[in-house]
Design a binder for this molecule. Sequence first.
Ligand SMILES: C[S@@+](CC[C@H](N)C(=O)[O-])C[C@H]1O[C@@H](n2cnc3c(N)ncnc32)[C@H](O)[C@@H]1O
Length: 300
Amino acid sequence: MTLYGDFLDESHRRMHKWHQYFPAYETHFKRFQNRHVTLFEIGIGEGGSLQQWRRYLGPFAVIVGLDIYPRCKQVEEDQVHVRIGSQTDLAFLAGVVAEFGPPDIVIDDGSHLQPHVNATFHFLYPLVAKNGVYLVEDLHAAYWPDHGGGLRAPASFIETAKTVVDAMHADYVADGAGRTPEGDRTTSVHFYDSVVVFEVGERRVMQNSTTGNPALFSNEWAPPGHTTDSFHHVVAEALSGLQVPGPAMQAALPAPAQDLATELQALQTEVTLLRRSTSWRLTAPLRAIGRLFRRRASPA
Ligand SMILES: C[S@@+](CC[C@H](N)C(=O)[O-])C[C@H]1O[C@@H](n2cnc3c(N)ncnc32)[C@H](O)[C@@H]1O
C-alpha cells in the first residue's frame, strides 16, 4: 500500500493533506512500518489521518492524536488514542509524553500559528526518541502575517528550522557560536514545499579521514601529447608570457585596469612560488619540448 493510494480511498474518515506531502511521508516514515512505534499527531480534524497512520504503520503502532476540541474524542479506536488540550500547553504535552512515552514520530498539523508551532517544537523536540522524526506541515502559513509569520519574519518556523541548520554546524564556527541542544541531536533537516522534517539522532563524532593508497593517483600524470593538467600548471603556463605593469604605469591606468593589474600581480607571485616547487621543476623538460614545438609550428 502506498500512503498516497490510501489517501485517495474514500472509505475512511475525512482528512486534508496537500498531495506533495506524500513523498516526504514515505521517505521519513517508511522505516517505522510494522515496528513498535509511537506517533503523535497534533491536530486531528475529523480523524482520517490518524486512521491512515494506523493502517500505514501497522499493528504495533500507538497513534496519539492531540486537539483542542473535545469532539475529537469520537475518533478513538483500537490503537488510536485522543487527548484533548492545546499544543501550547506544555503541562498538557508533558502529561501526554509521561503517559505514552517519548514519541518516535511527531507531526505538527495543529493551529499553524507560528508562535504555537515554535513553542510545541521547543518543548517536544528534545523529547523525541533517538532515530525519531519531527515533521511540521502546512508551513506556507510561516509566510503569512495573520499566522504570525512572513518572509524572513523572526517568528516564522522556517526561520527556526534554519537556526537548527546553523546549530548543526556550530562546531565549524568560531567559538562554536550558535550551538544548541536542538542542533546537537539533529542528524538532518529536510525542507519540502510547506513541510520541514528533522531527523533525530545524537551529537555527532567530529571526525574525518583520508583513506586509500596515495600511490594510485598522480597529480603530475598527463595523457600522451599533453602537459600535466594540474590547475596550477595550466594557470602558470597561461601567465608565463604576460608583463605586469610597474607601479608608475599602474597608477596611470583607469580603475578597472588597475584592478586587473593588481590581480595579475598576485597571480604572478603565485606562479613564482609554483616555479620553485618540485613538481614544476620535474615537468620543466615537458614544457621545454612544448615551447620548441610551438616555435616550430608558428610562422617566422
Ligand atoms: C488542519 S486540521 C488537522 C487535520 C488533520 N491532521 C488531517 O490531516 O486531516 C487542524 C486541527 O488542529 C486543531 N487545533 C487548532 N489549534 C490547536 C491547538 N492550539 N492545539 C491543538 N490542536 C489545535 C484544530 O482543532 C483542527 O482539528
